[in-house]
Ligand binder design. Structure first.
Ligand code: ARG
Length: 459
């Protein structure tokens, strides 16, 4: 067995253990499409600047077309001994078209090649994630619109606070996912720059036309420093940070779905196809999907930490450490993609139980603030009103009744300013509809937000 991939410098073959340790083809083969596209653009440019003959250019195109077909048909033979996706494809090309294949690597290194491939691949994935994020938002907006009038106890500290529209609550997540999308769009701008031409680290003496390659691959521009181009993976870290935040948002939504579906809350039900049963307890229907999403958030957070740590001690320029960027990055994309896809579907299948929500809101004195605000409007300073209502709530709790079940005379004993119009104010619906401020929970506002989101998502 000879030292296949390298050169005459090597006098013995790599040990098998080292071969397995250093090889990445088992996972980086997923970059094959980006690798072929990058190579074709490089070859086209080599030809344009006179570094490659037209015949060689045509041979490379022909060879790459066959390789593409072989990979798509699952017939390509990936070899561990050829280490990674780049060397596998190049070796096969040379096998197919001879010397033209050997000329492809002119003015190129795997260092700028891999950085280019990852960026090309990630750009495509970001575009798919953006489409999925839009679909999830659209699904949430639909459910929000149908539930604009449904009253949910809003919580702070997980204690009943004030009534909110269930639609309003869902639209909070739409805001989060909209920001997640903004972040991805922003990251994409920095992903979309071309490293190719940086070669190993110092650039190249060949008169390469980097701008031409950038244009043909759809990059917005080229990386302006060769050392930086091959060595930094900040774009991957940034992407993973954006993905982490998106997963954190999904995780919070998951936690709420799980709570809401528990018997103690009973606010919603999830469609059977998103749940599983128990092997022992016949009555069980478990919200496995949101639980798993909450759990998978942990692994994405871990990938972010892994990538940041991977980068922190590396001297310029390229180091093999960077090969370790792939699995966390790939898994982040896979996890986020699958999670978004499943959530976009699951959200539409939520059954809402308005009576249970309303009952819970009533139990928690959710309109106490409204009574205080009522007294403020009658001239009492807010702090005093707060105190008056605290006494009223204490009395009501003692008797096991709602504030609205106290008689007018009883209420007037707390403050003489209270009149018969107070009962309207203390209803859940009155409380909800009063919060008409921009961004508030009044159904009127919720509908306006639904319309805004629809326009935004269509544009
Ligand atoms: N498989 C390598 C990676 O993922 C490609 C670049 C290797 N370059 C090198 N000089 N060893 O980073």
């Amino acid at each position: 067995k000879k030292a296949e991939a390298w050169s005459a410098l090597f006098s013995e073959p790599m040990s098998e253990l080292v071969q397995r340790y250093t090889a990445s083809v088992d996972f980086d083969r997923r970059l094959w499409d980006a690798d072929i596209r990058g190579s074709l653009a490089h070859a086209e440019m080599l030809q344009a600047v006179g570094l490659l003959s037209a015949e060689d250019g045509a041979a490379i195109q022909r060879g790459m077309a066959q390789i593409r077909a072989e990979i798509e048909a699952g017939q390509f033979e990936w070899k561990l001994v050829l280490e990674d996706v780049h060397l596998n494809i190049e070796a096969r090309l040379t096998q197919l078209v001879g010397d033209a294949g050997k000329r492809l690597h002119t003015g190129r290194s795997r260092n700028d090649q891999v950085a280019t491939d990852v960026r090309l691949w990630l750009r495509g994935e970001i575009d798919e994630l953006l489409a999925l994020l839009a679909a999830l938002q659209a699904a949430l907006v639909d459910v929000a619109e149908r539930n604009a009038e449904v009253i949910l106890p809003g919580f702070t500290h997980l204690q009943v606070a004030q009534p909110v529209s269930f639609g309003h609550h869902l639209l909070a997540y739409v805001e989060m996912f909209a920001r997640d999308a903004e972040r991805l769009v922003d990251v994409r701008r920095r992903v979309n720059r071309l490293p190719l031409g940086a070669a190993a680290l110092a650039g190249t003496s060949y008169p390469l036309d980097r701008e031409r390659v950038a244009r043909s691959l759809g990059f917005d521009g080229v990386c302006q420093n060769s050392l930086d181009a091959v060595s930094d993976r900040d774009f991957a870290i940034e992407f993973t940070a954006a993905a982490t935040l998106c997963m954190v948002h999904i995780s919070r939504l998951s936690e709420e779905l799980i709570l809401w579906m528990s018997q103690s809350f009973g606010f919603i039900d999830l469609a059977d196809r998103f749940c599983t049963g128990s092997s022992i307890m016949p009555q069980k229907k478990n919200p496995d999907v949101p639980e798993l999403a909450r759990g998978k958030t942990g692994r994405v957070v871990g990938h972010l930490m892994g990538l940041v740590t991977l980068m922190k001690g590396q001297p310029l320029a390229y180091n093999k450490d960077n090969q370790e960027d792939k699995e966390p990055l790939f898994d982040t994309v896979d996890t986020l993609r699958d999670t978004l896809r499943i959530f976009a579907e699951m959200v539409g299948g939520i059954t809402v139980k308005p009576e249970a929500m309303e009952r819970a809101a009533k139990k928690g004195y959710a309109t106490a603030t409204d009574l205080a605000d009522y007294l403020v409007k009658k001239g009492l300073p807010f702090r005093d009103a707060h105190e008056v209502v605290a006494h009223a709530v204490k009395t009501a709790i003692g008797r096991g009744i709602d504030l609205s079940e106290l008689t007018l005379a009883e209420l007037q004993a707390f403050d003489a300013r209270i009149e018969a119009d107070v009962f309207e104010v203390m209803t859940l619906r009155g409380s909800l509809e009063a919060r008409k401020v921009l961004g508030g929970t009044a159904p009127l506002q919720v509908r306006a937000q639904v319309a805004r989101h629809r326009t935004r998502l269509a544009g």
